[in-house]
Design a protein around this ligand. Structure first.
Ligand code: SAJ
Length: 447
């Protein structure tokens, strides 16, 4: 559990946290360690769930925090009229799917409500991820619109940095970047983040905005490199994952893992916040294209195996990454749409996800009569997946492993045809032939 620290008297400090989502609710509970918090959310259903204790956030430790601190958490559907000394805005900044530009409407609306409640000496913190310059061009002028001057209140941008699946621990332990307008804002915001055991680094609001975006963009580019290496390895007839592992033995190389693409609400989106007004930022754009193309590449592996396209295939995992129930921007959806458009009959199973835009079925139903298993998510549950567990349920024994999690040799021995993304061993391509003839005995090839 988070460390305790001295803070202001809870009877004196009142903090409003606007937006009780995946980050806002855990944040409100962490701040409630030593302050009274009013959680604000426009979604009445969400508020009702929190009130009932059936929390809409299923991250580890959130439930315990709620049970320990709910008496210091009030809930409201609008920014309270009564005075609060601190306002934290944690509303979503989705990407407009048509224009691919950041939609700042939730941030604008929250900021306007906070602006009308603001008194001299108050602190406003923005945690939402925003394009560089948003604090200066949008947030501060909106706060000032109600008549208060930016010199009269404190402002900080403190972009969230927590990994979904480990949100609370990362909110407590990760270093934080605080973009502040002046020294008193720095002192007030550092005090608010007293629950953080990591270091607090001070900078300007625009730099803080930029830092958050380049962190996730760096990851996107690194994954794109891994994905491109994987495709080139397939063509070279070698195991790309082995090659990456060996390259990572170098002290200054740290390549990430190839996969079916990049999902989640941050990494596929944040690079576009950087480039939306800068179309000349080529590498970031190309990395996005490479990662988006991976679902189609996985489908091409399925097509090579299965051939005729009216046949049933089984998607294993629709969450955007292993161990989570989140399907936002998941590459599985792109795969599903492409496969459906090619005429495949699709059955999808996920041990974590409860609600998804396409039907999910239980595991036995998903594999019954299937021609090909397609692993799309590296859920820990799939570590137990074995040919023995499949038994005789499938029509044909084929598997495409886009995450490289199966024991390939065991599946080959059990009579499965196996395609692992990034592994060109056994793939009959002209490039591959040269290397496989030279280095791989035919008996260990996948067909
Ligand atoms: N992925 C790969 N190969 C890899 C690593 C990830 O294909 O080697 C894929 C995953 O399967 C997933 C996507 O990338 O589809 C993103 O997963 P992730 O675990 O890299 O990131 P998120 O979106 O769960 O959380 C990220 C985190 N960023 C980093 O790990 C650098 C987190 O620290 C951020 O706070 C969070 O985004 C956010 O909110 O910005």
């Amino acid at each position: 559990m988070p460390p305790t620290s001295e803070g202001p008297d809870p009877n004196q400090s009142r903090v409003a946290v606007v937006g009780l989502g995946q980050i806002g609710l855990p944040l409100a509970l962490l701040i409630a360690q030593d302050r009274h918090v009013t959680g604000v959310d426009v979604d009445q259903e969400r508020l009702a769930r929190i009130r009932s204790g059936e929390l809409p956030v299923t991250e580890p430790e959130v439930q315990e925090l709620f049970e320990a601190r709910s008496e210091r958490l009030d809930l409201q559907s609008s920014v309270p009229d009564e005075h609060h000394d601190t306002y934290v805005i944690v509303t979503p900044t989705p990407l407009n799917p048509n224009t691919l530009v950041a939609d700042l409407e939730y941030v604008r609306a929250a900021t306007a409500s906070v602006g009308s409640a603001l008194s001299p000496g108050d602190l406003v913190v923005l945690e939402s991820t925003v394009p560089p310059g948003t604090s200066t061009a949008v947030v501060l002028p909106t706060l000032e619109a109600e008549g208060i001057d930016r010199g009269e209140f404190h402002y900080a941008h403190c972009p969230e940095r927590a990994l979904p699946g480990n949100t609370v621990r990362e909110m407590v332990e990760n270093h934080r970047v605080l973009g502040v307008t002046n020294e008193s804002a720095a002192a007030a915001a550092t005090d608010l983040y007293g629950f953080v055991s990591g270091e607090i680094h001070l900078t300007t609001p625009t730099t803080a905005e930029f830092v958050k975006l380049i962190e996730n963009t760096y990851r996107d580019i690194n994954i794109a490199a891994a994905n491109e290496f994987a495709i080139l390895a397939e063509r070279a007839g070698i195991d790309g994952r082995e090659a990456i592992e060996l390259a990572n033995e170098h002290p200054r190389v740290d390549i990430l893992s190839p996969g079916p693409g990049v999902g989640g609400h941050c990494i596929p989106v944040d690079p576009l916040f950087l480039t939306q007004a800068h179309p000349d930022a080529r590498m970031i754009t190309v990395a996005r294209e490479v990662n988006n193309a991976m679902a189609g590449h996985v489908l091409s592996l399925v097509r090579q195996l299965v051939g005729g396209r009216t046949q049933k295939i089984t998607m294993l995992g629709v969450a955007y990454k292993g161990g989570v129930a989140d399907t936002r921007e998941t590459p599985a959806t792109r795969f599903h749409q492409l496969a459906k458009n090619e005429g495949y009959e699709i059955a999808a199973y996920d041990p974590h996800v409860e609600s998804y835009q396409h039907e999910l079925v239980p595991f036995p139903e998903a594999i019954a009569g299937s021609n090909c298993l397609v692993i799309l998510t590296d859920h820990p549950e799939f570590d137990d997946l074995s040919p023995q567990r499949i038994g005789e349920a499938m029509e044909r024994r084929m598997v495409v492993d886009s995450r490289g999690i199966l024991d390939r040799e065991a599946w080959l021995r059990a009579g499965f045809t196996v395609r692992t993304l990034g592994d060109g061993r056994g793939i009959p391509s002209p490039d591959a032939e040269r290397d496989t003839q030279a280095a791989t005995p035919t008996g260990s090839m996948s067909q």
